[in-house]
Every structure is written in structure tokens, then in C-alpha cells.
Ligand binder design. Structure first.
Ligand code: ADP
Length: 289
């Protein structure tokens, strides 16, 4: 089970080049696609999901030439878009039955069984007869997953899924995604670094339409081991430190400004060595672009 993306490029009619020669090889498990807003993540997700075309490049999944045979891919694809759209005045069960019908599960008994099993899986069985417009954010997300899972997809694309979820809902949602990664290629597009470091076995960072890094989260962190230093400074001192050192990030911590510096050799007194996180690697890349 493998998704192969080669040399994908896309320029919108307004001249924005959203993808620049993107190549990625993605196997079974959870793959994190990390990038700032506007980096090109949604363009890439929508292109893989056959909702829009690239100008050049190819996508293959399990022997399917995605750009040439989009309808074949759609049969094995589950897509959870960033915005799931308007929630109509129907129950979860009714809408899932309708979607199952559209996805080609034509036998009534099979359709009912499929929908019941999915409602159980995403923990919405008790709420199956509630109208969708009365669902909470977390329930809507879980409904979104249920609809994406109809037909047992081998490729699941989830675009920026945690907006508006409280920590409990987010946790539950991610447990569900991790479970799916055991049997499918799951691509999680997000700007939340922590989600990638805790959930994903492999990852890529995309910046201004280009892949700027690929690897395993822990390997990406290891690359920085022994090269990071931190120190609390006052806000006024920050510009001087930025002048003297490669400050990759600064954040307020207990009333002080904590700066993280990248250096091959230990800087002057006052700095502590820092155990690298994926966020540091991300900030390093952002500071270079
Ligand atoms: P992300 O999902 O990482 O936020 P997008 O793929 O949505 O990034 O956007 C990448 C770039 O392409 C941005 O500069 C965005 O403004 C632009 N863009 C996205 N969709 C369109 C479109 N339909 N028409 C023109 N420009 C677009």
C-alpha cells in the first residue's frame, strides 16, 4: 500500500504557485503534512482526492494512476475536508445511509449494517437519531470520519481536522485516526506540530508550495540534538540577541522571554542546552524561509 506523488506543480489562475515540484512517497500508517496557512496543504490534499487537477506531475496509489483514473481512486478514498459544509436538518443515520447509497452500497441490509457499525466505531450510536445541526463540534468531526470510512477506504485524507475541538474531543478523534492508520494510508494535514509529533510515523513539512523536509518525527528532532540552547531574556534584549545569534524562536514563559538559539558550539554563559522537539525543527525551517 503506497502513495507515490511525483513532481506535482500547480499555479492558480491568479498567478499564485501553490505547489512547486512536490514529490512524496507515503506508505501505510499516519503521515503528517505540516505547514503554515497558505503553504499549499489543502491544494495538495484536494489534488490527491481528485477534486482538482495539477498542472504537471503524477500521483499513483496501489496501481491506480490517480490523475487518469480518478473514479477508481474515489472508490478507495475517504476524504474529510477542512470544512465539512452545512449540516442539514437530517439525522446522522439518515445522512450516512444516503452517502452509503451514493458510494454504491446498494443492498439495504448491507447499507444498514455498514452504517450501524460506523456509528458504533465513532461513538455516535446513541446520538444517531439526533439532527446533525444539533451536534457539537466534536460530534460533527466524528460524523465526518464516519462518512469518510464508508466503503473501507485504503487511503484516508484528513485536512486540518481539529479546529474547534476541545482537548477531550481532540484526543478521542486522534485515537480513532491512529486506529485507522493500522490498515490504511492516512494523511493528516495540519499546522499543529504537536499533533504530528505524537501521532505520525512519518512526516513532511511544506513551505510556500515546496517540500522542505521529510522524515520520521523523532529523526527530525535528533538532527538538532546538541545544537539548541535556551535562555530567558527581557523583551528589550531580544533584538540584540537576534543580532548576535541564530534565534529560531522566542516565546513568553513565566513573565520572561525564552529564546531558543541554534549554534554548532555552545554560546556564551547563561544559556542552557535544550532537548530538541519537533516544534524546534519546524521553527528552524520557518526561520530559514
Ligand atoms: P494551506 O492549505 O496550506 O493553507 P492552500 O493550498 O489553501 O494552503 O493555499 C496555497 C496558496 O494558494 C495560498 O496562497 C492560497 O491563497 C492560494 N489558493 C488556494 N486556493 C486558491 C484558489 N482556488 N485560487 C487562487 N489561489 C488559491
Amino acid at each position: 500500500m503506497q502513495l507515490e506523488i511525483h513532481n506535482l506543480s500547480k499555479t492558480y489562475s491568479n498567478g499564485v504557485q501553490a505547489l512547486k515540484d512536490v514529490s512524496l512517497s507515503i506508505g501505510k500508517g499516519m503521515f503528517g503534512l505540516l505547514g503554515q496557512n497558505g503553504a499549499g496543504k489543502s491544494t495538495l490534499m484536494r489534488t490527491i482526492a481528485t477534486l482538482q487537477d495539477a498542472d504537471t506531475g503524477t500521483i499513483h496509489f496501489n496501481g491506480i494512476d490517480v490523475t487518469k483514473e480518478p473514479e477508481k481512486l474515489r472508490k478507495t478514498l475517504g476524504y474529510l475536508p477542512q470544512e465539512f459544509g452545512v449540516y442539514p436538518n437530517v439525522t446522522a443515520e439518515e445522512l450516512l445511509l444516503h452517502i452509503a447509497d451514493m458510494k454504491g452500497i446498494i443492498h439495504r441490509g448491507e447499507r444498514k449494517d455498514t452504517v450501524e457499525a460506523l456509528l458504533q466505531k465513532v461513538n455516535l450510536y446513541e446520538a444517531k437519531s439526533k439532527k446533525l445541526d444539533g451536534y457539537s463540534g466534536g460530534m460533527k468531526q466524528r460524523f465526518g470520519i464516519a462518512q469518510a470510512l464508508i466503503g473501507n477506504p485504503d487511503l484516508i485524507i484528513v485536512d486540518e481536522p481539529t479546529a474547534g475541538l476541545d482537548p477531550m474531543e481532540r484526543n478521542r478523534f486522534y485515537n480513532l485516526l491512529s486506529e485507522l492508520g493500522e490498515n490504511a494510508v492516512v494523511i493528516l494535514s495540519t499546522h499543529i506540530v504537536e499533533d504530528v509529533s505524537t501521532l505520525c510515523t512519518d512526516m513532511a513539512i511544506i513551505g510556500q508550495g515546496e517540500v522542505v523536509l521529510t522524515g520520521k518525527p523523532h529523526e527530525v528532532e535528533e538532527e538538532l540534538r546538541g545544537k539548541l540552547y535556551e535562555m530567558p531574556v527581557s523583551k528589550d534584549e531580544l533584538p540584540a540577541y537576534q543580532e548576535k545569534y541564530q534565534v529560531i524562536s522566542h516565546r513568553f514563559f513565566a513573565g520572561k522571554m525564552m529564546i531558543t538559539v541554534l549554534a554548532e558550539d555552545p554560546p556564551s554563559n547563561g544559556f542552557d542546552t535544550k532537548v530538541p522537539s519537533l516544534e524546534d525543527a519546524y521553527f528552524k525551517i520557518l526561520s530559514q524561509n
